[in-house]
Design a protein. Sequence first.
Length: 221
Amino acid sequence: MVTRINPSILAADFANLEREFGRISTADLAHVDIMDNHFVPNLTIGLPVVQRLLEVSPIPLDVHLMIDDPDRWAPDYAEAGAYSVTFHAEATTEPVALARRLRAAGARAGIALKPGTDVLPYLELLDEFDQVLVMTVEPGFGGQSFMASTMPKLSLLAERVRATGLDVWLQVDGGITEDTIVQAAEAGANTFVAGSSVFNGDPAGQIQRLRSAAEAHQHAH
């Protein structure tokens, strides 16, 4: 099973983003958090910055939209060239229609679930998505503690993906360290977002340590 490590640039030095992207060139994708100060109580970056990052990044962009009205805004990120665009289940009115528009624009379509959001309505729709992001913290800020209570949701998704054989990436985001990545991998995650635990030290070494920890505990197909 492939293990993907996607460092979150929320923890990067925003004044030196091109350099910071160079520090994570051994990662699989760069996780880019878009926050609008409405869906979450924080404001980060938007489409003009992402368009520029796409020109300089050595790795593909995994865009996570923590915004209201993604039905209107998400396709712009796919059309700009993001490899993967994830929107929140709680913010969309038409998740399947939006996912199809993202795919039509050439991106992988992801749906994100906040810790309190039920996964059951989405289990029957998995073939419409390329990624499901199980938030392991409440979205909005980096540096929060991992919520182990979200792991049963991940296990349900992993069982369904195994049963259907679909190519759906199961992503976790929030409080991912060398310790918590083990819990997430055991529950079935294969795509891991880590922010402060990567950028606050030696990124290349930390990416490899996270990858090794996850691979040692992943379920075989």
